[in-house]
Design a protein around this ligand. Structure first.
Ligand SMILES: [Zn+2]
Length: 210
């Protein structure tokens, strides 16, 4: 049984009587959903106040438009820089003065949000080529599609410590589940894909046991 309490592209909340172990398995499986993120960066010019490593880190955490590419391990190109099936080249060539935003990256629209990368002074330049690849949240948090969390029904703030200790899993009737997306995938899709991932893992296990 699922009773939806909040539904938008970014957030999905519902109450359910699904048991905690299963919900926890689904929650953890969200980190098995393949997602696109910048994986390597070659900086040719960087006159900004930020070190190359900081620029690379900021680029890694930038939410990119969702594309369904092959995971590098599943692509037969075997190239470090990837190919059209498993990687996307993202470029930036910017001159100051001003704040350099992620919407200046090419191809246009590759960055989901307009996020500041750095500030350049007059005539300062920033130029790089980045390679975005598919990966999973279990390898690095930058590949994580969002957040799934849950709690027992009711507001813990309004009960005393004494009462809180008395609450056991047996007493709690429902779980309040929330899925929050970082923007690449709709919240509902994250939940469905997490279930799919868990299903796939279980099928693999079943095959091995048989
Ligand atoms: Zn490839």
């Amino acid at each position: 049984m699922i009773k939806i309490t909040n539904k938008s592209n970014e957030k999905l909340s519902f109450k359910t009587d699904v048991n905690t172990s299963l919900m926890n398995a689904i929650r953890r499986s969200a980190n098995y959903i393949p997602l696109l993120a910048v994986d390597s960066l070659e900086i040719s010019k960087n006159d900004s106040a930020l070190y190359d490593e900081i620029i690379a880190h900021r680029m890694g955490l930038l939410p990119l438009k969702y594309e369904e590419l092959k995971l590098p391990s599943e692509c037969d190109c075997g190239k470090e820089e990837g190919c059209g099936k498993c990687a996307i080249k993202v470029k930036l060539s910017a001159v100051g003065p001003g704040i350099i935003y992620s919407d200046q990256l090419s191809p246009k629209g590759v960055s989901l949000l307009k996020m500041p990368i750095t500030i350049l002074d007059k005539e300062q330049e920033l130029e790089f080529v980045a390679i975005a690849k598919m990966g999973r949240g279990i390898e690095h948090a930058k590949f994580s599609p969002g957040l799934i969390h849950y709690k027992y029904e009711g507001d813990a703030k309004n009960i005393s410590d004494e009462d809180f200790k008395k609450i056991t899993e047996k007493d709690a009737k429902e779980l309040e589940v929330s899925i929050e997306s970082w923007g690449q995938l709709p919240a509902k899709e994250i939940f469905l894909k997490a279930i799919d991932s868990l299903n796939g893992e279980l099928k693999d296990l079943l095959k091995q046991v048989k």
